[in-house]
Design a protein around this ligand. Structure first.
Ligand code: BG6
Length: 487
C-alpha cells in the first residue's frame, strides 16, 4: 500500500497509557513497514508531563519502545520514527496554550488529524479550543471510547463536537472494528455465496457471541467501577459484532452503505422491558479464584474499586432482532473479566435435519455448527456429522478447520494500525457513526436503568470460571448451552 497522503497527526494525551501501549506502537509499525505513511508525515505529541521535545523523546524511548515489535526493534527504523515526532507542551485547562499548537502545526504538511486519547470530559474543551484558533477547518478528529456514560451524556458530547466538526470529520473508534478477523467476517458473509442462503431464521437456531477475558480490571479499577461491563463491552464491541453478524448485505463496501446496514440491525433490536429483564439479562461480579494456576483477588478488593461495589464484571444477554431475517432466533451475548479463557468467538448453531432417516444420533446437538474464532487464534471451524467407521450407522461430530495463519503468514495488522491508517487516508467505514452509537445507547439504557433501580447485587462467580450459573441456565431454557471448549 503506497501512499502519498501527507499528514500531521496531533496526539492529545501523548504520555497516556493508550498512547504508550497502542497508538505510538501502531504508528511505528506503519512507519517500519514502509510505504504506508508518507515520508513527510509528522506526529505532534501534546502533553503536560514533559518539558520539551528532548524529554518527550526520552519518555518515548523508555515507555513506548518496550511495546513495539515483539520480535525485536529495528533500530534504524526506530531512529527515523523518532524524527517524525514533534512535541508541544500544553496545559489543556488553558485554552490560550492552543496558540502554541497552532504555531507548531501551521507549516506542517497534509491533512490534520487530532487524536483525543484523553478522558471524555476533555473532548469538548479540546474541540472548542481547537476551533478558537481555527484548527478545526478541514481536519479530522478521533474520539476514543468511552464516549459518554449514557445516551444523554453521549448526545451532549456529540452535539458539542458536532458544532465544531461535521460528521464526516469525526472518527469514533471501536477498536474491535479494526481487528483482522472482524473484517474477515464481512469477507466470509459477503464473499461466499455458500453461507448467505443459510444465514437466516429458516436455517439458524441460535447464535452466540462471546468476548471472554482472563484479565481483571488491572490498574483501571477507578474507571471501571463507574463503568461496568455493559458500558465497557456490550454497548460498543458486542453490539458492533452483533450488527456485522446480522446485517443485510450492503450494496457496496463504502462507509455509509456498511454503516446504514449495521444501523438497521441496531434499530431492530427488541427492547428489553422491565418484566423480562430477569429472564434475558444476567450480571455477575468476579470473586477470588485461580487463573492458569495463579490465585487472583476478588473484584471488590482491586485498587480503585469501592467497597461493596455492585458494578458488574460479567454480562450475559438474550437478544432478539425484530426483522424478517432473524425473527425468533435468539442471539446470546456474553462478556466478562477473569473468566476461564481469553477468547472471542461467534457460534452459529444451525437447525438439525427436519427428519432423521439415520436414527436419533443425526439430531444430536453440536453438529451443524459454525464457530468463528476471532481471537486468540483466528480460525473457522465447521462441525458436521459423519458416520463412525464400522458396522451400523452411528454418527459422530467431526469438524473442518480453517486456520488463517496457515494461508496468510504475513501482512497481519494490529487493529490500531489499520484504524490509524484509515483516519489518515480518510476512510470512515470502520468508525462508528453517531446514529449507530445513539441506537446502541438507546437499547442498552433500559437495562442500565433497571439494574440501578432494582439495587440487586450482581451474581458472584469465582475467577477462572465461565461466570454465574444463571448465564448457563438462561441458555438451557432454550435447549442449548454455551460453547466452552478448547480449540
Ligand atoms: C476495551 C475495554 O475497550 O477492550 C477493556 O475497555 C477490554 O476493558 C478491552 O479489556 C478488550 O479488548 P481486546 O482487544 O483485548 O479483546
Amino acid at each position: 500500500m503506497q501512499t502519498d497522503s501527507s499528514f500531521t497527526f496531533v496526539l492529545f494525551g501523548g504520555t497516556g497509557d493508550l498512547s504508550m501501549r497502542k497508538i505510538l506502537p501502531a504508528l511505528f509499525e506503519a512507519h517500519r513497514a514502509g510505504g504506508m505513511l508518507a515520508d513527510s508525515g509528522k506526529i505532534v505529541a501534546v502533553a503536560r508531563h514533559a518539558a520539551d521535545r528532548g524529554e518527550y523523546l526520552q519518555w518515548v524511548n523508555e515507555h513506548v519502545k518496550p511495546h513495539v515489535s515483539k520480535n525485536g526493534v529495528d533500530e534504524a527504523a526506530w531512529a527515523s520514527f523518532l524524527e517524525r515526532i514533534e512535541f508541544v507542551k500544553i496545559d489543556l485547562g488553558n485554552p490560550e496554550d492552543f496558540t502554541l499548537l497552532r504555531d507548531a502545526v501551521k507549516d506542517l504538511p497534509g491533512i490534520r488529524v487530532f487524536y483525543l486519547a484523553t478522558g471524555p470530559s476533555l473532548f469538548v474543551p479540546i474541540c472548542r479550543a481547537l476551533a478558537s484558533v481555527g484548527l478545526n477547518e478541514n481536519a479530522r478528529i478521533v474520539l476514543e471510547k468511552p464516549l459518554g456514560y449514557d445516551l444523554k451524556s453521549s448526545n451532549a458530547i456529540n452535539d458539542a463536537v458536532g458544532e465544531i466538526f461535521a460528521e464526516e470529520q469525526i472518527y469514533r473508534i471501536d477498536h474491535y472494528l479494526g481487528k483482522e478477523p472482524v473484517q474477515n467476517l464481512l469477507a466470509l458473509r459477503f464473499g461466499n455465496a455458500l453461507f448467505e442462503p443459510l444465514w437466516r431464521r429458516e436455517w439458524v437456531e441460535s447464535i452466540q457471541i462471546t468476548i471472554a477475558e482472563e484479565l481483571g480490571v488491572e490498574a483501571r479499577g477507578d474507571f471501571y467501577d463507574n463503568t461496568g461491563a455493559l458500558r465497557d463491552m456490550v454497548q460498543n464491541h458486542l453490539l458492533q459484532l452483533l450488527s456485522i453478524v446480522a446485517m443485510e448485505p450492503p450494496h457496496s463496501m463504502d462507509s455509509d452503505s456498511v454503516r446504514d446496514e449495521k444501523l438497521r440491525v441496531l434499530r431492530a433490536l427488541k427492547p428489553i422491558n422491565q418484566l423480562d429483564i430477569g429472564k434475558v439479562a444476567v450480571r455477575g461480579q468476579y470473586h477470588s479464584g485461580v487463573i492458569r494456576g495463579n490465585a487472583v483477588p476478588a473484584y471488590a478488593t482491586e485498587p480503585g474499586v469501592k467497597q461493596n461495589s455492585t458494578t458488574e464484571t460479567f454480562v450475559a444477554l438474550k437478544v432478539e432482532i425484530e426483522n424478517w431475517r432473524w425473527a425468533g432466533v435468539p442471539f446470546f451475548l456474553r462478556t466478562g473479566k477473569r473468566l476461564a479463557d481469553r477468547v472471542a468467538e461467534i457460534v452459529v448453531n444451525f437447525r438439525s435435519v427436519p427428519h432423521s432417516a439415520l436414527g436419533a444420533s443425526a439430531l444430536r446437538a453440536g453438529a451443524n455448527r459454525l464457530v468463528i474464532r476471532l481471537q486468540p487464534n483466528e480460525t473457522i471451524r465447521l462441525y458436521c456429522l459423519a458416520k463412525q467407521p464400522g458396522e451400523g450407522m452411528n454418527l459422530a461430530s467431526v469438524h473442518l478447520d480453517l486456520a488463517f495463519d496457515q494461508f496468510f503468514r504475513e501482512g497481519q495488522m494490529e487493529a490500531y494500525q489499520r484504524l490509524l491508517l484509515d483516519v489518515i487516508n480518510g476512510r470512515l467505514a470502520l468508525f462508528v457513526r453517531r446514529d449507530e452509537q445513539e441506537a446502541a445507547w438507546r437499547w442498552v439504557e433500559p437495562i442500565l436503568n433497571e439494574w440501578k433501580a432494582s439495587n440487586k447485587p450482581p451474581k458472584p462467580y469465582a475467577s477462572g470460571t465461565w461466570g454465574p450459573a444463571a448465564a448457563s441456565a438462561m441458555l438451557a431454557q432454550h435447549g442449548t448451552c454455551w460453547l466452552e471448549e478448547e480449540n
